[in-house]
Every structure is written in C-alpha cells, then in structure tokens.
Design a protein around this ligand. Sequence first.
Ligand code: TYD
Length: 136
Amino acid sequence: MSASYSRIEEISEFGDERGFLAVLENNRVLPFEINRVFYIYKTLPGVRRGFHAHYKTRQALVCVSGSCKVYLDNSIRKTDILLDSPTKILILEPNDWHEMYDFSTDCVLLVLASHLYDSEDYIRDYDRFLEVYGGE
Ligand code: TYD
C-alpha cells in the first residue's frame, strides 16, 4: 500500500458581531467526498477509544466543542495531536493507527468519513496493522 500522511488543516471561519461559522466542503479542505458523519460525545473520564486503522476509509476529525487528543501511529512515526478548536481539523489517512483520549467533559468530536460504515474496513489487530502498513 502506498504511504500517505495525516495532517492538521485550518478550517475557514466567518466571524462577526453575531459569532462564528466554520465551513467544510467536499474536496476543498476535505480531500475526499463525505459519505458518513458521526460524533463522539459524553465520553467518560479516562476513556481511550479507537485502537484501529483502516484499509480505505479516510476521515476528518474536529472538536466542534471542547477538546481531545489523538494518538497516531503510522508504524514509523508516533505522534500525539491536540484538537482544541472548531477550526482545527485532523485529516486522518487510513494507514494511521489511532486512539482518541483526554476528552474534555464538553467534547463533541465530529468525524467525517469517506466511506459508509463497514466493519471489514477496520484493522483492529496491531500485528495485522504492522503486516499491512509496516515498513512504509
Ligand atoms: P467503535 O468502533 O467501537 O468506536 P471507536 O472507534 O470510537 O472506539 O464504535 C462503537 C459502535 O458504533 C460499534 O458497535 C460500531 C458502531 N458504529 C456504527 O454502527 N457506525 C459507524 O459509523 C461507527 C463509527 C460505529
């Protein structure tokens, strides 16, 4: 599989005396077309979620409220990213093993995905992840 890299992007925002509005559009900041949206909220203290990579699904993660951290591992590089702004979006490529943690009590983590839900697209076993993506 070819290597691709997850990254943080800034979302355009429109602010005036009424407040702020941020926009995401297919194939603009997002490098894919959205086929699925889900959000994670009311996460309990100390919880860590995720623990998987994907074969094909690309995702974009943004905390529309509160904050959380995302641990990324592309088998070579391991990084921790803080999502703490509704204008900060993590473009998450399929080849990154990811874990979300340190959710603030007000966190609403919005996830936009390139594909419909398919449990077969998940790599939940770390050794399998290394077989598929190790050495890229
Ligand atoms: P899970 O994969 O455990 O969440 P996380 O990656 O945050 O640890 O998903 C929790 C449940 O939700 C699980 O039963 C599968 C289901 N689910 C869907 O039905 N559709 C979806 O798009 C997602 C992301 C999860």
